[in-house]
Structures are given as structure tokens and as C-alpha cells.
Design a protein around this ligand. Structure first.
Ligand code: ZN
Length: 788
């Protein structure tokens, strides 16, 4: 070979060499691990029942209809027939694939193959590679291809997050191929990716960035996956183009610009940055993803591993909304944070990632499924004495149902991992691992966390030398971890990554016992306010206070069914911890004969709460609970309660007067109130969301008992020279001129609703519309509230 042609060949090879770089640590395929009896196994079995209770034909209806094929069954309701049609179908493919890999269940496999065949027929009928359930999607995609783009945070060309929706089918096809052993799914995935390439072929980078203002799941991640699958660079280019610069750039600069933005819109983008980094070998993007993970986990996460309030990142130095709102951490966020943690752990196998993963797995993910009926939880309130509601298979089709269906089928994904020579034991979950390349079977037997030890039993085709890398968790008592091999003590010396290497020639019959004595800790809220959570080992403890007024415990198909809308018990009447001593953990006493049950009677105030018992939060269901506790000293007790009472009284009085409300610029509240508009934008200012328009925007507010008398609007005093009209049900309510005289603060204005509007038929729905005057702006509107 001539030297020059050698270099040409080398150049041709180079981009391919950079593909699918081996990360330092590999996870085992899901079908290499089988769960043994534990709450995780139970969750998997209940999830299987939930999955099988769903009708494939009903989930397929949006896809068939959009392809011009008559559906075989009626659409499901809820989010499945109000704009996000088909999103659960995509999740369902992933859930079936994961469940098949984890269990080998043949009914699941048949169902998966059936759905793929049906979807293949849809894709073929569409003729251009497209596959989706977005209602009226074909016309909308055509507009996009022509550069007609109207993107909001949760809308694209007036559709409800269509890119987010189709990301689910992309991910579903990938999972059907990778976990579900369906080769056809790979071809379909590549065709669907080619469709997107063609769709955006004539768009500028700036136009694509404009599209990406709209929530789009992890499209960049799946495009990078397709690049790795095919070895074709054009898909990696597409993944880069679909990486949202507005989020990436601050992270590249190691800057936390997350206040006020929709949390679960961002986490999948960051998984995508990490995936691009892996496939392209790009260190900067990996660092950006790692920075995001650190800032979210260290500064924005509560003890159960969840983040965000009403789906948004609140200021990291103020968690008061977390404690007040009934819309605490959303399960989807943690589903995605686990994915990100897994990527980072494999790239850099250190304790921190797996420690977070374990914490979130037990306390948020496992806890988010009803252990008998299998319903999924959307929001987990941190608010004292509130409760959670559960989905029902035929009624509820929220995002957290989609991610929930997947969550409980993949508990085996990271219990173990390996590099080229060593085996890692990351989690203490009873299970069996098969590693055919090594001829090894490892069985892990434990009742952890109800037992402070685990036993690892090895079977090998022939004796082999390697290191068993055992995780040394930080929650173990100081110098408490002990390892025995065949009943002989081994010297325990964790390395910098937090793992203990047990190096020897392993043979069948070897038994390793790991002792894991746990300690109880008290964790303060990340903003360092006087609120704490009790954690025993990796297990978050909480107390049931009562089971009263659990309104909507089993969610119906209504728009707000996922929110625990029962009465909010006053915060100042919640149990408090009162102590002059800073070391609260010392007051935690185990209860005799009740494993993992504790009391803190000496700390509790008022006295009626002294018998409360702390138990693992993941076991608490159908109840009101205390997870974060207010702390004070005996001297400060009275003042503290008074301040809380005043704040609460004002808040509850307003809530009691409220008939309906909407937070402009926040995704879910807006779409729940049929947001519509033209030439309108939203954003965040001083940690509050706003919307304004040079055109108009409107919300449909509910007034079911016709109790509304007043419309209350929140403005900011800095907005001036803005004039607009407020219409209610097409009748002019008021012409508003914002002149800025209020100064730099937020303020409320109450508008009385005239009888002329209230007495009309149809006033159980009040559509409030803000219309800008010519060359002016309507808003910013910071809050809209309908009052009695
Ligand atoms: Zn969700």
C-alpha cells in the first residue's frame, strides 16, 4: 500500500474509531440478572400485571389513525386523547422490552412483537419513515420542514410537545431492538431517524435551536444511539444539532442557570449531551453533564433523591415552596436522573454516582408504585402531613405512568457491572448474575435493608483470577464494613473510588459475606433551613400521621387527577422536633421486635405525636406522612410557630377563596387550562414565571359551582407603557395600562366580574383572554386567580 492511500484509509477510519467508545465500566445486559425475593422483585411482578392490563390496540389507535388505517379499538382517555396521543405507546414498547429482558416472559414478548408489526404497517403506510400518534401531526411536520416554526416551552406549532411525544417512540424502538430482541425495530428506528434528517435538511442551525425551545425528551440521546448502532456519522451530526445550546452553554461554563426552568425537560437533554460525549469521545460535553449532575444532586435534591416543585427547579437557596406545595418531586425526573447517573458511573466508576442511584432507587422509584395494586405516583409531596395519589390502568395516562411502566422492570440494570477483568457489586439486592464470558454465576442472598449483611456465592466453570470489587457505602458505620471469604476475614481497604477489591483465584463454592452495619443520620434540607429528614443506611425514614381525607387517592381520568387535592393540613400544626441538642440522630431509638422501626419520642412536639414511628418511606402508602420535620429549640418554639401560623393562615385563606388558578408560563398548569395564543412568549423573572404577548393569549378557568366573583392578576411593577384588554368569555372586562408606578415589586389587582358575564349560560367555564393593543404588549402576567 502506498503511504498516501494508507493515510486516506486512516482518515476514513478515524471517525469510526471514535465511535461507541468503551466506557471503563460495562453494565450487564438486563437478561443476565434475575431478581430474587425482595420488594424489588415484588414491584417487578406487580408492574408486569399493570403492563398486561393495558390494551395494545387502544395504545396503538393514535398511530393507526395518523397513518390512515382504521384503529382496532378506541383511544384511551386522559393525556392519550387530548393532544399527547401515542406517548404511552412509546413508553409501552420500552416497558415491554425491559420486562421481557428482565423476566423472559413469553406473553410480554408476543405482545411486543405484535405491536412492532402493527407499527411497521403504520410506518409503511406513512411512506416517508414517519411514525407517530401526534394528532394532525403530518401537516404540522410539513410546516416545520418549510421553516414555519412557532415554538413555546410546551408547544410546537400549537401541538402539545410533539417532539417529546415522538421521542418516546424513538426510545421504544431502540429498546425493542436492544432489550426486546426484535431486529425489525432497528430498521424502523433508522427509517424514523432518516425521516427527521430529511425533515430538518433545509433548516438552519438557528431554526433547529428555535424548535428545541419546545420540550423534546432525549432526541439527541437517541440520535447518538443510532449513530453508535449504525456507525454512521450523519446521525451523530443530527444528535449535535438537536442538542439545545441554551441549556448546554451554561453547563459548559460550569454555571447553574436552572432556577425556574422545567426540570424534566432538561434532564433528558443532559443525558443526550453525555451520550454524544460517549459516542464522539468529547470530554467537554461529558464535563457539562457531570456538572449538571453535581449541581442537581448536591444543591437541588431532597433526601428521597427527587427534585423540583410543580415540575420546575426552584431557587437552590430556598426550599420553602418544596415544603408548602403538594406538587413535590416528579417521578419522571428521578427516572431520568438514574439514567444520567448510570452513564456517569460507567464513565467514572466512583461511589458518589451509585450512592445517589441507590438512594433514589429505594426511596423515590420503589416508593412510587403501589405495592399491591401497582398504581404509579406523579408527585411526592414533602409537605408535612400530605399524601400521594396513584394511577389506575384504564384511567390514567400521564408521563409518570409511562416512565413508571419502565421503572420497575429494570431493577437488575446496575446491581452488578464489570470491566475487562473485574466484577463490581454495586447494590445489595437479592439476585442471580450470569456472566457467560467468564463462565460465572453469582448468587446474592440478603434481606437487606432488614439484614445488615449480604452473601455472595460463586459458581465457576473453571477457577479464575479476578477482583471482586465490593462497594463500600458511606452510610456504613465508621470502619464497620467487614468482608469474609469462606469464613476468613479479608483486609478491607477501599480505594479512592470507594470500592474494596478482593483479589484471588475464585472457584465454585466460594462464599463472600459482606457485613454492612448501618448508621442513622439526620439530613438537613439543602438550603440549610431548619428542616430535617431521617435516613438509616440508604433508607429514608418517615412517619404515618393519619389516613384521613385522602381525596382522589385513586386517580380518575380527569385533567388534575394526578394531584393530591385533598385538604392541606396546617404546617404549624404538624409534628415538630424540639431540642437544645444539635445531635438529633442520638435521639433516634429502635423499637424492639420491629425491624427498621424507630422512635424519636424525646424530640416530638406536641405530646400527642410522641408515639409516632419512623419506618422506611418506601413502605408508606395510602396515608399522610411526615418526611421532612421542622426543627427548633425550646426557646424559639413559640415564635417559630407564630411566624409559621401567620404565613400559613394568609396562604390558606387565599386558597380557600380560590376557585381556579393558573401559573402563566408553567407547562402543566397552562396546558391543563387549555392555553392558547398568538405572538406570545413566556419566561422567568425573579424566580417567577410570566407570559406576555404582542398578540394575545387565553386560559380556560373552571368555575363549576359558579362561585367566582373576582379575577385576580399578578403583575410586576417594572413593566411599563403596556396597554391591553382583558376579556372574559368574549366580554371586555377591563382595559389595562401598566405604568410602572408600583416600583420594582410584584403586586395583585382584583377585578370584579360583572353579572353580565357571570349570569350568562356557560359561565362554569371562564375563558380569560389578554389582547395587546396595537404596537403594545399584553402582560407580563405572573399569576391568574379566580376568587369567590
Ligand atoms: Zn412525569
Amino acid at each position: 500500500m502506498k503511504l498516501s492511500s494508507f493515510y486516506v484509509l486512516l482518515l476514513l477510519l478515524m471517525p469510526i474509531r471514535g465511535f461507541s467508545q468503551q466506557v471503563p465500566l460495562q453494565s450487564f445486559p438486563l437478561n443476565a440478572v434475575r431478581l430474587h425475593n425482595s420488594p424489588f422483585k415484588q414491584a417487578q411482578e406487580i408492574d408486569l400485571q399493570y403492563i398486561l392490563a393495558l390494551s395494545p390496540d387502544r395504545l396503538l389507535a393514535p398511530y393507526l389513525s395518523e397513518a390512515g388505517i382504521t384503529p382496532k379499538a378506541e383511544w384511551y382517555g386522559n393525556w392519550e386523547n387530548t393532544g399527547l396521543d401515542g406517548h404511552i405507546g412509546g413508553h409501552y414498547l420500552s416497558a415491554l422490552s425491559l420486562m421481557y429482558a428482565a423476566t423472559g416472559n413469553q406473553e410480554v414478548k408476543q405482545r411486543l412483537d405484535y405491536i412492532i408489526d402493527q407499527l411497521a404497517a403504520c410506518q409503511q403506510k406513512n411512506g416517508n419513515g414517519y411514525l407517530g400518534g401526534v394528532p394532525g401531526g403530518k401537516d404540522m411536520w410539513q410546516e416545520i420542514a418549510q421553516g414555519k416554526i412557532d415554538a413555546g416551552t410546551f408547544s410546537l406549532n400549537k401541538k402539545w410537545v410533539p417532539l417529546y411525544n415522538i421521542h418516546k417512540i424513538y426510545a421504544g424502538l431502540l429498546d425493542a431492538y436492544q432489550f426486546g430482541a426484535n431486529p425489525k425495530a432497528k430498521d424502523m428506528l433508522v427509517q424514523l431517524t432518516d425521516w427527521c434528517l430529511n425533515l430538518t435538511a433545509n433548516l438552519s442551525e438557528a431554526q433547529i435551536q428555535e424548535i428545541l425551545k419546545s420540550e423534546h425528551g432525549g432526541l439527541n440521546e437517541v440520535f447518538a444511539d443510532v449513530a453508535a448502532l449504525t456507525g454512521d456519522k450523519k446521525y451523530l451530526e443530527l444528535a449535535r444539532k438537536f442538542s439545545h445550546q441554551a441549556i448546554l452553554n451554561p453547563l459548559l461554563a460550569q454555571k447553574d442557570a436552572l432556577n425556574g426552568i422545567h426540570a424534566n425537560t432538561q434532564i433528558p437533554k443532559v443525558i443526550g449531551f453525555m451520550r454524544v460525549a460517549e459516542v464522539a469521545g468529547e470530554q467537554d460535553w461529558a464535563k457539562a453533564a457531570d456538572f449538571f449532575w453535581h449541581t442537581v444532586v448536591q444543591n437541588r435534591t431532597v433526601s428521597i433523591g427527587g427534585n423540583s416543585v410543580r415540575e420546575h427547579f426552584h431557587p437552590a437557596d430556598n426550599f420553602s415552596s418544596m415544603l408548602e406545595s403538594v406538587e413535590g418531586p416528579e417521578t419522571c425526573n428521578t427516572y431520568n436522573m438514574l439514567k444520567l447517573s448510570k452513564h456517569l458511573f460507567q464513565a467514572k466508576p466512583t461511589q458518589q454516582y451509585i450512592e445517589y442511584y441507590e438512594r433514589a432507587l429505594y426511596n423515590h422509584i420503589l416508593s412510587s408504585q403501589h405495592p399491591e395494586k401497582g398504581g404509579f405516583v406523579y408527585f411526592t409531596p414533602m409537605r408535612p402531613q400530605h399524601y400521594r395519589v396513584y394511577s389506575q390502568p384504564q384511567e390514567s395516562f400521564w408521563c409518570c405512568v409511562g416512565s413508571g411502566l419502565e421503572n420497575h422492570g429494570k431493577y437488575g440494570e446496575l446491581i452488578y457491572a464489570h470491566n475487562t477483568k473485574d466484577l463490581y457489586v454495586n447494590l445489595f439486592i437479592p439476585s442471580e448474575l450470569n456472566w457467560p464470558e467468564k463462565g460465572l454465576t453469582l448468587t446474592q442472598e440478603t434481606k437487606f435493608p432488614f439484614e445488615e449483611a449480604t452473601a455472595l456465592k460463586l459458581k465457576l466453570k473453571k477457577p479464575q483470577k479476578f477482583a471482586l470489587q465490593i462497594r463500600y457505602p458511606s452510610w456504613v458505620k465508621t470502619r464497620g464494613l467487614k468482608v469474609q471469604v469462606n469464613q476468613k476475614d479479608v483486609i478491607v481497604k477501599p480505594d479512592a473510588s470507594g470500592f474494596v477489591a478482593v483479589n484471588r483465584k475464585w472457584k465454585t463454592g466460594d462464599v463472600v459475606i459482606v457485613s454492612l452495619p448501618m448508621q442513622t443520620k439526620v439530613e438537613q434540607m439543602p438550603d440549610k433551613s431548619s428542616w430535617v429528614s431521617f435516613v438509616h443506611g440508604p433508607i429514608v425514614l418517615a412517619a404515618i400521621t393519619d389516613t384521613t381525607n385522602l381525596k382522589g387517592l385513586w386517580a380518575d381520568g380527569s385533567r388534575m387527577g394526578h394531584i393530591a387535592s385533598g385538604p392541606q393540613y396546617p404546617i404549624e400544626e404538624a409534628p415538630m422536633l424540639v431540642s437544645a441538642d444539635k445531635d438529633l440522630a442520638a435521639a433516634v431509638q429502635p423499637v424492639a421486635d420491629k425491624p427498621l422501626t424507630f422512635r424519636v419520642a424525646n424530640l416530638l412536639y406536641p405530646a400527642k405525636y410522641k408515639s409516632l414511628e419512623l419506618v422506611p418511606f418506601y413502605q408508606i402508602h395510602e396515608a399522610r406522612y411526615m418526611l421532612y420535620w421542622p426543627v427548633t429549640t425550646p426557646e424559639k418554639l413559640e415564635n417559630n410557630r407564630k411566624a409559621m401560623r401567620e404565613r400559613e393562615t394568609a396562604r390558606l385563606a387565599l386558597e380557600a377563596r380560590t376557585v381556579d388558578q393558573v401559573a402563566p408560563g408553567e407547562q402543566q398548569p397552562e396546558s391543563d387550562h387549555n392555553f392558547q395564543g398568538e405572538k406570545t412568549e413566556s419566561g422567568v423573572f425573579n424566580n417567577r414565571h410570566w407570559r406576555h404577548a404582542t398578540g394575545w393569549f387565553s386560559y380556560a378557568l373552571k368555575n363549576p359551582k359558579k362561585e367566582a366573583r373576582t379575577l385576580q392578576i399578578t403583575y410586576f411593577g417594572g413593566d411599563k407603557n403596556r396597554s391591553f384588554d382583558i376579556y372574559v368569555n368574549n366580554t371586555l372586562l377591563r382595559t389595562v395600562k401598566l405604568d410602572g408606578v408600583q416600583g420594582d415589586k410584584f403586586y395583585e389587582v382584583d377585578y370584579q366580574l360583572p353579572n353580565e358575564i357571570l349570569n350568562k349560560a356557560g359561565s362554569t367555564n371562564l375563558t380569560v383572554k389578554f389582547i395587546a393593543h396595537q404596537n403594545s404588549t399584553a402582560g407580563g402576567i405572573y399569576y391568574v386567580r379566580l376568587l369567590k
